[in-house]
Design a protein. Sequence first.
Length: 76
Amino acid sequence: MLAEENTADHRVSPGERFAEKYEINMLRCIFCGYCEEACPTDAVQLKDMFELAVYDRNEAIYTKDRLLLDDPREGK
């Protein structure tokens, strides 16, 4: 199957992958950097700015809403 044969509801072509849900569980992360290397758009970046202290385990799971940041270039 070719990429152009995909529909919005049925994406099955090889080489084109979409996550069912976007989340990063920081309780399971070992900071190996493989997610950063695998990201085709450089959207995942490991930086030295982080805060890992949480009071609730659910706060350590970053969903798509928590991962989205405003584009700093748009504020200029």
